[in-house]
Each structure stands twice: as C-alpha cells, then as structure tokens.
Ligand binder design. Sequence first.
Ligand code: WT7
Length: 650
Amino acid sequence: MPEELDALLKEKRIFKPSAELLKNSNIYRWMEKNGIHGYDELLEEALKNPEWFWDELAGELEWFRPYNQIKKWDPPHAKWFLDGKFNIVHNALDRHARGPRKDKTAYIWEGESGEVQRLSYLELYREVNRFANALKKLGVSKGDTVSIYLPMIPELPIAMLACAKIGAPHSVVFSGFWAKAFKERINDAGSKVAITIDGFRRRGKLIRLKEAVDGILDETPTLEKLVVVKHEGLDLDMRKNRDIWWDEAVDGMEEDCETEEMDSEDLLFILYTSGTTGKPKGVVHVHGGYAVGVYATLKFVFDLKEDDIWWCAADIGWVTGHSYIVYGPLLLGATSILYEGTPNYPDPGRIWRMIEDYKVTVFYTAPTTVRMFMKYGTKWPEKHDLSSLRLLGSVGEPINPEAWIWYHKHIGGSKCPVMDTWWQTETGMHLITPLPISNLKPGSAVKPFPTVEADVLDDEGKHVKNGGGHLVIKSTWPSMFRTLYKDPERYVEAYWSKFPCVYLSGDVARVDEDGYFWVQGREDDVLNVAGHRISTAEVESALVSYHTVAEAAVVGKPHDVKGEDIYAFVMLKEGVKTGEELESILKDHVRKEIGPIATPSNIKIVSDLPKTRSGKIMRRVIKSLIKGEDVGDTSTLANPEAVDGLKKVL
Ligand code: WT7
C-alpha cells in the first residue's frame, strides 16, 4: 500500500507532544506559575475568568498609563484595556532597542535573487524613526491613513511601524493585487500619502509597480505625495511636487522620533478583505487589544523563546503577515526570516535550503504550499538538514490529513507538532488552535484558544451535535476587529445579525466527541484560492466591467493543490461574437482589475446562467455541475434549460 494512503487510513491517530517539548513550553510554565494542571483545566479556568488571563498578559507589555478596566463588552462592540495609554511600536521596537536586545537580529531578509540583509533591533529602530520623521515632514499627522503598496522588503515593516509610531493608521495593499485595488483603497481611506516601489522581481520577472501606480493617480483626489522605494534601480518618470524617492525622504532625518501616546482603542491599521459583495471590507484593528492578542498567541501557540528563529512564510499584505511577521514577533523580541520571493524559486529546494542555512526553529506556512511540495516529492527536503525545526504551523484553509502527515513526517522529522491555527483578518489573532501541550488530530484545529468561546450552530442557533454548522464565537477577544472602516452598518449586518450577540465567522465546522473543531470551509460566496480570500462577486464585477460582457457567474472548483480553482461562466452582450481569444482577453482583464491570484483558470462563454425566479444566479447549481455531481432539484430555477447549456460547455 502506498505510504500516504496508509497514513490517511490511520487518520484517527492522535499525536501527543513529547514530554520535553511540553514541559519546556511557555504555556506549561505559565500554567505552573498559576497553579493549573492540564489543558482542560486551563481552558475551563480561562473561560470562567477571561479578565484574569488577559490582565496577566497585558501586564507583560509596557503602558504609558495603565488601563483601569480590562474590557467592556457591549455586543457587538468591544473595547479592551480602557483608558490605557499605549503604543504598539513602543512595545515592538523602542523597548528592545533601548534594552538588552538592541543588538539582537530582528529580521534576516533574503531577496529572491539571494542577497541577504540583517537588521538588529537598534538598526530597525533607527530606520523606523528616520522614516517616521520623513512622514511627518511630508505632512502626515496622527489619524491620517497612509496607504502602502510594497512587496516583501524591509521597507514594508519599516513603513508600517513608522506610521504606527506617529499614530497614523496604515493600510497595506498586497503587492500581488493590481494597481486598481490600490486606487480603491487609497480613496476609501482618503490617504494624503502613499508608498510604493520602482519595481521588484517575482520568479525572476520584473514587475514595474510605480509605472502601474502612475496609471491610477489621476483618480485619487486626496493623494498629495507618493514615496517610492528604489529597489531595482529603475529610471523612472518622477512627477514634480508629488513623487519623492524614499532615500531622499529620509535623507538628513533624525534617528530619534518620539512615539505617540495613543489610546488603547485608537486605530492601528485598516486591512481590506473580501466579503460576499464586490466591495472589500476595511477591517479595523486598534493598538492595545490587538497587541495583547497577537503577543499572547505567538507566545503560547508557537512557543517563541529567546533563541528561536521564526519564519512565518506569508506575505505581509495579508493579516497573517501583519500579525505574525510584523507585530507579534517584534512584540516578543524574536528573530524572524523575511523572504522576498516565492517558495519554489529557482527550484523546489529554496525554502528547505533557507531553513537549513538560518537554522529555523519554528516554521509557519499554508496547506497549499505543503501540498505543492508533496507533489515535488521528498527528494527536495531530504537534501537539507531540517533538524533545527521544533514546531510547525499551518494557516489559511483546512489542511487535509494527508498533507498534515506529510508535513509532520518529511519536514518535521516526526518530532514537530503541527499547529493548525484557525483565524481570520477580522479576528486578528488565532482563535481556534492547538497549544504545544495539546494532543493533535491531523486535520483538526483542535480547541479554542484560552478564554475564547466557540460553537457550531444550526440555523435556529442551536448547538449541532453531529455534522456541520455555522462556526461562531460567543465571547469577545482583545484583538477583535472593532468595526468596518466607514461602514458600521455592514459590520453589524455581516457578522452580528444572524445570531444576536454572536460572531458569525462565515465558516462551516463540526465539533467531534472530544470537543475538537474541524473547519470545513466557507459557507458564503467567498473563495479560498491558495489560502487567499477572494469573493466571487469581486471577480464577477471585474468580468462584467469588460465592455462585451453582460453577466458572469464565478464559482470555485476543488483543486488538490490550490484548494480551489476559479471557474467563470460568462454571458456576452447581445450581438457580440465570441472569438477564439476572448477567454484569454478576459483572463487578462481580471488580472489587471484585481491581480494574478484572482485570475480564473477557466472561462466558459455561455448563452444563459441558471437563475432563481427573483433573478439571483444559482452558484450552487453551477458548482455541482463542475464537480460532476447531481444538480439536485432545479424546480426553483426560472430557466432550468440553462443547466443543459452549461453541461455542453463542460
Ligand atoms: C478564512 C480567513 C487567518 C489568516 C489567513 C487567512 C480560512 C484560515 C484556517 C484553518 C481552516 C482556515 C477560513 C477563514 N482559514 N485558517 N486553520 N483551517 N480554514 O485570513 O484571508 O481573513 O481568511 O481562511 O475560511 O474564514 P483571511
């Protein structure tokens, strides 16, 4: 029997942490200090008294003025650490740069073509201060949102920290999105200042980002200044009085800059994420609670200690990078790897070579990456010494047991527990996750983090004993998003209206007899492509914006590496002829409207789409069709004959 199949059949196995790992873990030590014996007791005590738990952890950070109330939970609105004066950057940077960690490496950056740069806490601090002063000189003051469009280079965390330091919220836009997404976000946030780069390489290919940005800046009325990082040495057309090179902006700036004393509840950042409509949601996080939440989860879930080398192989443009590349590790004073490129470039040995070279101890990636490497085979990781690893992590989508077991065995040498962490842009921190003291079941994200009350409910709001239901959270947690930027109604409507006072995650999950959570995927029209969240509506509206397209329906088809593959069904306007090239023109169009990750892998031109009598496209029917399943009852369709038309093109 093939080995992986054998593993899958043994899926019911439980993986227990070694006594050594368990006893030395941060969480175990903390439990000893607090007189708690065992995982179950920890979860029980924390649920009974969440304020005790969070007060202890918040006490490990420095407050300019102590808070006088731990939380105020007025569902659906929460405030944490009330009246506290705080700045996340003071805790992530200033206190380390002025203390014993000043010469410790904060980031080891490796470029895609192999160049390496190390930044100590003191060096990072100076760079941040210089750029913070530059931002002030450009007219940024407390409360102004700065939009940032940069790839994975040191200037990205530097820019974010500089903003937070002076109390200016940042809005980072993933560099893999196309410039139009940047424009929309600059306009939504009303930024006066934005930051981008001349160009960068992805798989060796040069991407000329500044030139793409030039194409949208006529439609950003609030924007006054564009700071441009010179990374590729491109000779560019710099618009007078608007564009300024990063190096010129920081030239002559002081290496000291005062850190703004913020209120715990002041805005730290906006991060746009996909919802069920075409308009992205501006998820809002604040200084105090967010800091305490990411600090606590990184400390307890990934168990970071002074000598660890941490690598969260995500992009900072997503929440994983905000929480666990930028803020979390710096709050803990850790050393992190920052890698510019793709994991399999120039060959599938790249990341394993880096783990060996830098002696990475804790590694965090997405299931899609694990599955991609499974396909390349074990010969690539086998070429490298991965024995420095002691813990592994997974995030972004459900990890199938087969991939879990491969990761555990071939990357973790059968000795590293896999932390399958469930969370979202909205939650800011891990909410359902194992701890190093938990017994693991491959494919399960285990149990809620201490103090978090999660449940699985049916449509009536009753707990589901067997089978799937709505994954909800019934408590508040410090790094909970506070609202949606400029859209408080949508905040209530999208997350808090199905069940009163209960947070609706949008995921389907089930709980087993041991109380373990198994997250199955999204229940709404949100796709998960390679761990990235994309709404069907966004791709549809990009398609419809093409002049010959009348209507479009986008669905996800299960894919064994990417999780989901994007399929688009397009109806053309009356009288338009379909040409050979139309499919590739439309793919290109979506790529330019949103970005490469949202590009459909398949586009089919159809003459009709299945709809309800009220005119709503039935994506469920299309989904069943592409999966080759029975479409079920089509009696509610206004045009059942559309189904036959679809069958013909598939
Ligand atoms: C959605 C959130 C959280 C950082 C990266 C994505 C899916 C995330 C898991 C997991 C199963 C997961 C969910 C969730 N997801 N982690 N461990 N197991 N599903 O952040 O872009 O806000 O996406 O990703 O569907 O709702 P995001």
